[in-house]
Design a protein around this ligand. Structure first.
Ligand code: GAP
Length: 439
C-alpha cells in the first residue's frame, strides 16, 4: 500500500504515545519532539538492533560513547568552523529565511516576492559558553556530528582494545548531534537536535573503494532485514558539487517518504579518506596513524563512514509498517513492525474482566513475562477491541487467558500479522515468545 501521509503519522504518534510535540503546554518549540512511552521503547530497540548488527555481530568493531562537548579545537581541525555552513537568503518582503541552494526559482516560496537578500554563509553549529563568563575564550560547540569523538579517540581505542584491532576495523557510536538548521520540518525528518548512529570503518587506502561498496550493501540489508520494503529504498551517489568538505565519494541511501517529500536521504555512506585523522594529527600535534606489523610501516588509514539518523530511521520504520486493511467489513490499522523493534512485545488479557480467576491468572502470567520482554496487562475492553488497539501500535503477540486456561494451563497466542491463534502451554510460553521476537 502507499505510504500514509505525514499528517496521519503525526496524529497516530501523538494519540498512541510514540512522539509528542516538545514543550507542548507552552505552545511547543519549533521542530523539537519528545518520544513518548512507546516511542522511547521503539527508539531503544532500534538503537539496539543497530548496535547488535554493527558491533556485537562483528569481530572487527568496537563501541564508544564520547562527550557531546569537546575542545573547540576539534571543530577548527575538522573544518566545521570554516566550512559547516549553508547559504542563507532572506525575503525582504515577508522576512522568511531559506537555504539558497534549495530554492526553486528566483522568488520567495512563501510570498512570491522577487526581493531576496544576497546569500550569506550561515554556520550551523550551536555555540555555547563553558563556565560562568560569556567570552570568546569560553566558546564551545554542541557537536554537529558524533564521529569526531571517534577520530580523536582513535589512539585510545587502538591502544586499549584487546585483541589489538588490525586494519580493517571500526569504531561505532550512537548519540545526539545538534545543527542550527535554517529550515526544519516534515515531523522528525529534519530537526535541530537529533540522534545519529555512526560507524567509522578504518581501512588500508587501497581497500577503500571495495569497502565502501560492501558497506552500501550491508546497510541496505540491515533496513530490509528489519522489514523495510526494498522498493522504498534506493542508492544515490553524490555529485562532485554536493560532496561534504571531507568526502572523496559519498552515496545516500534514500527512502521514498510520503508526498510531497518524496525520495530523501536516510543515511549517508562516505569515503572520508584520511582527512579527519590527518587534520587532527596536524592540529593536535598527536600523530593518529596505524602501525602495520606485517610491513613494519606506518599507514594513514582511510575511513568508510556509514552515518544514519536514528530519528529518521524510526520515522521510516513507522511509515513502512503502517497498513490499513479491511477485516470482516471493518477497517484494521496495523503496524507491521519487526518484532525486534516493536515497543510492546506481548499483551496479556483475561477473556472477561469480571472473572477473578481469569484476571488473576492473566496478571500472574504478565508478571512472569515482564522481566524478559516489554509486556503489558490490559483488561479494559472486549477482546476484539484490545486486539485492535495492540495492532495499531505493532504488538506482535497477544495472549488471552480463557476458561480452558484454568483447566488445562494453556493460553491462546494470537499473532498480529496473520491474526492466527495457537494454544500454547503456560510452561512453554516464555520460550515460545522468545523464539519469535529475535531475528
Ligand atoms: N558524519 C557524517 C554526517 O553527519 P550527514 O549526512 O550530515 O553526515 C548523517 O548526517 C545522517 O544524520 C543523515 O543521513 C540523517 O539521517 C541524519 N541527520 C542529519 N541532519 C539531520 C537533521 N537536521 N535532523 C534529523 N536527522 C538528521
Amino acid at each position: 500500500m502507499a505510504a500514509p501521509s505525514m499528517d496521519l503519522m503525526v496524529s497516530l504518534c501523538k494519540r498512541r504515545g510514540f512522539v509528542f510535540p516538545s514543550s507542548e503546554i507552552y505552545g511547543g518549540f519549533a521542530s523539537t519532539w519528545d518520544y513518548g512511552p512507546l516511542g522511547a521503547e521503539l527508539k531503544r530497540n532500534l538503537k539496539q538492533a543497530w548496535w547488535r548488527r554493527v558491533v556485537w555481530e562483528r569481530p572487527d568493531v568496537e563501541g564508544l560513547d564520547a562527550a557531546i562537548l569537546m575542545s573547540p579545537q576539534v571543530w577548527v581541525a575538522s573544518g566545521h568552523v570554516s566550512s559547516f555552513s549553508d547559504p542563507l537568503v532572506e525575503c525582504k518582503g515577508c522576512h522568511h529565511r531559506f537555504r539558497a541552494d534549495t530554492l526553486e526559482g528566483p522568488n520567495c516560496p512563501n510570498c512570491g516576492s522577487a526581493e531576496l537578500t544576497e546569500p550569506r554563509q550561515f554556520n550551523m553549529m550551536f555555540k555555547t559558553f563553558v563556565g560562568p563568563v560569556e567570552e570568546d575564550a569560553a566558546v564551545a560547540y554542541l557537536r554537529p556530528e558524533t564521529c569526531q569523538g571517534i577520530f580523536v579517540n582513535f589512539d585510545n581505542v587502538l591502544n586499549s582494545a584487546r585483541p589489538t584491532p588490525k586494519l580493517p576495523f571500526g569504531i561505532a557510536q550512537i548519540g545526539k548531534a545538534f545543527r542550527n538548521e535554517i529550515v526544519t520540518g516534515n515531523f522528525t525528518f529534519r530537526t535541530r537536535e537529533f540522534e545519529q548512529f555512526e560507524l567509522e570503518y578504518f581501512v588500508h587506502p587501497e581497500q577503500a573503494e571495495a569497502m565502501l561498496q560492501e558497506w552500501l550493501q550491508e546497510r541496505l540489508r540491515w533496513y530490509t532485514d528489519l522489514g523495510i520494503d526494498p522498493e522504498h529504498l534506493r542508492l544515490r551517489e553524490h555529485e562532485e558539487k554536493e560532496l561534504a568538505h571531507y568526502a572523496a565519494r559519498c552515496y545516500d541511501i534514500e527512502y521514498r517518504f510520503p508526498d510531497p517529500l518524496g525520495w530523501r536521504e536516510l543515511e549517508g555512506i562516505a569515503n572520508r579518506t584520511d582527512y579527519d585523522l590527518r587534520k587532527h594529527s596536524e592540529y593536535s600535534g598527536h600523530p593518529l596513524r596505524y602501525f602495520d606489523d606485517s610491513s613494519g610501516e606506518y599507514v594513514d588509514p582511510y575511513v568508510i563512514e556509514p552515518s544514519g539518523g536514528v530519528d529518521r530511521a524510526l520515522l521510516i520504520f513507522l511509515l513502512d509498517a503502517y497498513h490499513e486493511e479491511e477485516v470482516r467489513g471493518r477497517k484494521r490499522v496495523v503496524l507491521r513492525l519487526h518484532p525486534l523493534l516493536a515497543p510492546i512485545k506481548v499483551a496479556v488479557f483475561p477473556l472477561k474482566r469480571n472473572q477473578p480467576e481469569l484476571v488473576e491468572m492473566a496478571q500472574d502470567l504478565a508478571r512472569q513475562l515482564r522481566p524478559h520482554m516489554r509486556t503489558i496487562y490490559e483488561e479494559t475492553g472486549a477482546i476484539g477491541r484490545l486486539y485492535r488497539r495492540m495492532d495499531e501500535v505493532g504488538t506482535p503477540y497477544c495472549v488471552t487467558v480463557d476458561f480452558d486456561s484454568l483447566k488445562g494451563q494453556t493460553v491462546t497466542v494470537r499473532e498480529r500479522d496473520s491474526m492466527e491463534q495457537e494454544r500454547v502451554h503456560v510452561q512453554d510460553l516464555l520460550g515460545y515468545l522468545r523464539k519469535k521476537i529475535t531475528w
